[in-house]
Design a protein around this ligand. Structure first.
Ligand code: NAD
Length: 476
């Protein structure tokens, strides 16, 4: 059985205790994970604080930090295969997706490597002839990064990359569900040549490991990705210490199709928009908002494609939808569908767990036209469940799309350019994709508002958010 270790202060160690990791495709225990308790978390934060102040990191030039991040990006690319395999094994995310995503992970590290020496201060033209005033940008300090199981290598890269580019040090808590890829990443990071303690990686359970980390008095900033309920804990934890936070949370993103849209392209985008990552994606286009005129044609094509999706073992390259990560996710998906049926919704495809080992739930489509209060319209499924509502007018489409406490992503399919612009203006979301869905780039900021959180990952702004400004006044 594989055994994994924590990475603290540049050395690998066992946790205070261990816990089992289950293969989502079979339900069998396949690895032992170290469990970080308070003692391990305290050691990791201490290592990060020591590294922050140590001359080999504190005095390292931004150019040199960039070089180390380039080296890390190369190492990630060299080890892409084994990282993807481990992520697939421990989380059930299919191998096609983990293999494709790991290339992005290397790109994000490269992007922040290039940004390291472009995080500039400013000279201020103060109205005093004998005074020089400028702004220095300094690292915010020790960062606690907390990530969920889905896409951990990616979700940690968008935190570690900008934080290290800015000169911070990091303690990353990998999810207790599927931590293997992050613990393996530690050994890759270790080869890049960063001073010990610049990055520390632990895993463990939220209420102990996560809570001790995010409330730690030596943590200056908490970068969190996960659900809104956990985010409330995180904000309360960090409030004790008044640490700043950035929160990347869930979504209930509308996928809006007008009657002039290219139907084939919209259907294909909707299929991957909701069923990729088995629906376990914060930006999943989980509410189809469809023009009445084309509803029947669109749904016929969509259901056909949903039923053709190849469901199978996550390590099989032919598989298009794999298992959900945990049994709890499977139970939540099942409950969401049955609660929605009780509320009057109609299941058009899928709807029940598959009768086989592992956490398999099929691509599911639910018509909520006669069930405006169906919970699948408001509750994040984090599974392959698409709810459908229709509209007659553009104003109705906007009203339905914005009828959510979340505000992460949205998609609009139309050939009418002026309408596209009106939708861009009126949609309540941090991302609007027009005639495309799910496109990402290290250069483009990513994030939402409302129950989807605050702060942005990706782009220059994310690196600036890991700095704080010092105003300097010098009498000449
Ligand atoms: P979660 O909130 O349950 O857990 C996320 C992390 O928080 C885990 O590492 C967990 O151990 C930790 N945690 C739990 N309780 C804690 C506590 N009291 N204090 C500190 N840490 C604690 O999320 P999940 O169920 O693992 O992941 C799914 C959620 O993540 C969904 O809502 C999804 O939309 C969201 N998500 C958002 C994005 C984004 O970029 N916006 C990306 C991926 C996932």
């Amino acid at each position: 059985m594989r055994q994994f270790q924590h990475y603290i202060g540049g050395t690998f160690s066992d946790g205070a205790t261990q816990f089992d990791s289950r293969d989502p495709a079979t339900g069998a225990v396949w690895a032992k994970m170290p469990e970080a308790r308070a003692i391990d978390v305290n050691a990791a934060v201490k290592a990060a604080r020591t590294a922050l102040l140590a001359p080999d990191w504190a005095n390292m030039t931004a150019t040199m930090r960039g070089k180390l991040l380039y080296r890390l990006a190369d190492l990630v690319a060299e080890n892409a295969h084994s990282l993807a395999e481990l992520e697939t094994r421990d989380t059930g995310k299919i191998i096609r997706e983990t293999s494709a995503q790991i290339a992005y992970v290397a790109d994000y590290y490269r992007y922040y490597a290039g940004l390291a020496d472009k995080i500039e201060g400013a000279h201020l033209p103060i109205d005093k002839p004998d005074m020089e005033v400028w702004l220095r940008r300094e690292p915010v300090g020790v960062v606690a990064a907390v990530v969920p199981w889905n896409s951990q290598l990616f979700l940690s890269a968008v935190k570690i990359g900008p934080a290290l580019a800015a000169g911070c040090t990091v303690v990353l808590k990998a999810s207790e569900d599927g931590p293997a890829p992050m613990l393996e990443f530690a050994s890759i990071f270790d080869q890049a040549g960063f001073p010990p303690g610049v990055l520390n990686i632990v895993t463990g359970f939220g209420p102990e490991c996560g809570a001790v980390l995010t409330s730690h008095p030596e943590v200056d900033h908490v970068a969190f990705t996960g659900g809104p309920d956990t985010a409330r804990h995180i904000v309360r934890n960090s409030a004790e210490n008044l640490a700043s936070t950035s929160l990347e949370l869930g979504g209930k993103s509308p996928f809006i199709v007008f009657d002039d849209a290219d139907i084939e392209s919209a259907v294909n985008a909707q299929v991957s928009g909701i069923f990729a990552a088995t629906g376990q994606s914060c930006v999943a286009g989980s509410r189809l908002v469809i023009a009445d005129k084309i509803k029947d044609e669109f749904l016929t094509r969509l259901i056909e494609k949903a039923n053709e999706i190849v469901i199978g073992a996550p390590d099989d390259p032919q598989t298009e939808v794999g298992p959900l990560c945990t049994q709890a996710q499977l139970a939540a998906a099942t409950e969401l569908v049955s609660d929605s049926i009780v509320a009057g919704a109609t299941v058009l495809a899928g709807g029940q767990p598959l009768d086989r080992d592992g956490n398999y739930f099929p691509p599911t489509i639910i018509d909520c036209s006669k069930a405006p209060n169906a919970p699948c319209l408001t509750r994040e499924a984090f599974g392959p469940i698409l709810s459908v509502v229709s509209f007659e007018t553009e104003a109705q489409a906007v009203q339905i799309a914005n009828d959510t406490a979340f505000g992460l992503a949205s998609g609009v399919f139309t050939k009418d350019l002026t309408r596209a612009h009106r939708m861009i203006r009126n949609l309540k979301a941090g991302i609007v994709w027009v005639n495309t869905y799910r496109a990402v780039s290290p250069i483009a900021p990513f994030g939402g508002h409302g129950l989807s959180g605050h702060g942005r990952e990706g782009g220059l702004q994310a690196a600036l958010d890991y700095t704080r400004v010092k105003s300097v006044w010098l009498r000449t």
